[in-house]
Structures are given as C-alpha cells and as structure tokens.
Design a protein around this ligand. Sequence first.
Ligand SMILES: NC(=O)C1=CN([C@@H]2O[C@H](COP(=O)(O)OP(=O)(O)OC[C@H]3O[C@@H](n4cnc5c(N)ncnc54)[C@H](OP(=O)(O)O)[C@@H]3O)[C@@H](O)[C@H]2O)C=CC1
Ligand SMILES: O=C(O)[C@@H]1CCC=N1
Length: 274
Amino acid sequence: MNITFLGGGNMASALIGGLLERGFAAAGIQVIELGAEGRERLTARFGVRAVAAADATALACDALVLAVKPQQMKAALAPLAGRLSNQLVISIAAGLRLADLGRWLGAPGAPYTRLVRCMPNTPALIGAGVTGLYADPSVDAAGRAAAGRILAAVGSTVWTDDEEQMDAVTAISGSGPAYVFHFIEALEAAGRALGFDEAGARRLAIDTVLGAARLAAGSEDAPAVLRQNVTSKGGTTEAALASLAAAGWHDELVTAVHAAAARGRALGAELGRD
Ligand SMILES: NC(=O)C1=CN([C@@H]2O[C@H](COP(=O)(O)OP(=O)(O)OC[C@H]3O[C@@H](n4cnc5c(N)ncnc54)[C@H](OP(=O)(O)O)[C@@H]3O)[C@@H](O)[C@H]2O)C=CC1
Ligand SMILES: O=C(O)[C@@H]1CCC=N1
C-alpha cells in the first residue's frame, strides 16, 4: 500500500513512525508538507519523499491521509479538488465532517465519497494510541480494512457506524491524554507540597498512572472494582475519594468531556459552513 500524508506535523510523524516500525517501506510513504524545515526533518528522520505541493507522484497513492489542522483543511484541499481517482482518503482532523471534506475534494456537483474519518491520539507516538474510525457507507470492506491497518500501526482501533460519535471519540480519547497529563501534574504538585523533590514527585505520579492503567488493561475486573480494592475501610484512600466526591470531581470530568464534544461539533459546523 502506498500512502501519502497531507501535512507532516506531529500526528503525521507519529503515524509514519508507527508504520515504519510495523514494516511498511519508507519508499511507499510520501508527505505533502508546506514548511521546508518540516520536509527536511521528515526526510532525514524517516527517509520518506517530502514535497511542497501535490504533484502527480504524491497523488499516485492508495491512501491519502489528511493531517493538517482543521482550520487549514479547506485551503489545503483546494489544490486537490477533482484530481483524485479512487484513492482512499483518511482524515484525522477533529470536527470536520465527511460531507464537507467530500465537497471540498470533489469536482463541482460530484462530492468525493471514498472517505474515512479517524481520531487517533498522541500516545500513537509510542505505538500506544487508540483511534476511533468511521467510514462513509460507500467505502467497501477492503477500504475499511486498509484504513484500519494504517491506524492499527500506532495502537488499538474502535469503529463506529455513527459519524456523530466521532465528536465523542475526540472528546474521550483524542483529547483524553491531556486530561491524564493534567491529573499527573496535580498528583506531582501534591507530591511536591508533601515534601518530595520534582524528580521524586514526578516518578511517583507517572508510575502510579502507568501501573494503574496497565492493571486496568489486563484485569477482568471493572475499574470500579479495582478502585474498591485499593480503598480500605476507614483508610487513606477513602479519605481522598471522599474529598474528591465533595468537590464533584467525577461529574466535573464528565462535564468537561461534554464540553470537548460540543466544541468538536461546533468546529465542524463553523468550518464546514463554506
Ligand atoms: N494533536 C493531537 O493530539 C491530535 C490531533 N489530531 C488532528 O491531527 C491533525 C494534525 O494535527 P497536528 O499534527 O497536531 O498538527 P501540526 O500543526 O503539527 O501538523 C500540521 C502540518 O501541516 C502543515 N500544513 C498546513 N497547511 C498545509 C498545506 N496546505 N499543505 C501541506 N501541509 C500543510 C503544517 O505546516 P505549518 O506548521 O507550516 O502550518 C504542519 O506541519 C489536526 O487536524 C488535528 O485535529 C488528531 C488527533 C490528536
Ligand atoms: O485539541 C484538539 O482540537 C485536538 C483534537 C484532539 C486532540 N487534539
């Protein structure tokens, strides 16, 4: 499979690194990247062909991965409009709907429909991402399998057959690493306040999150059961959880995820208007 990336920033680099590690050949990967520095970095790091604009060689691919910022997408797709034959187009952009991407990519009156919308996350950088995927109903099983293979190179995959759920995926797992990093920051700050130096507090915080996530991933017990296993009657955890409950922490996090999903929907509506 030959893959071309439109945009060669953070997420494209994560995906390319994962694909190469999984045995995809560098010769089968190209990147269309505006920045000269970015192009040099991509070629030096991955040995892939990087070009400033979509030439015929870049478009002679099986899959085109759209990896520019949502706000950059319409302008980035303009030079491609009406030039695609049957390439599978995979967007990783937050918010943007397939109908709008298809309109921007197609010829007048003939929207492009061989489209898959995905939402990976930054742990993809170390092959530990999770990606939600939604395919236009016209995409055949081979197209879905190809998209799944590309994203599986950087972690696990979860399909949905409802495009609206992609805003939920974005809010839960796309943005999710930021919530976890924020949690680590708070645990580290607490460690500092309780007398540890930065390195010690950070080690305790990060390894706690890492260990708990690995335990949850490998356990048949639900996270609530694992939490109860830590919580001794009349003990320290119970005191902390009571304090979190009084602060409404659980509900606040649910509200925050709703805010992210709403922002994804609004972004799609705003950017898709024209
Ligand atoms: N960051 C995250 O956690 C996640 C991001 N995403 C999505 O991934 C996409 C990419 O995000 P990210 O990698 O963080 O962004 P980056 O800004 O790191 O990468 C985008 C790249 O595209 C380049 N670019 C801009 N316009 C064009 C163009 N017309 N033609 C070619 N290249 C262009 C940019 O160059 P320049 O810098 O010069 O503008 C930049 O190098 C976004 O749509 C985002 O919603 C998805 C999941 C998680
Ligand atoms: O914050 C954002 O909009 C992007 C999408 C998911 C993670 N980062």
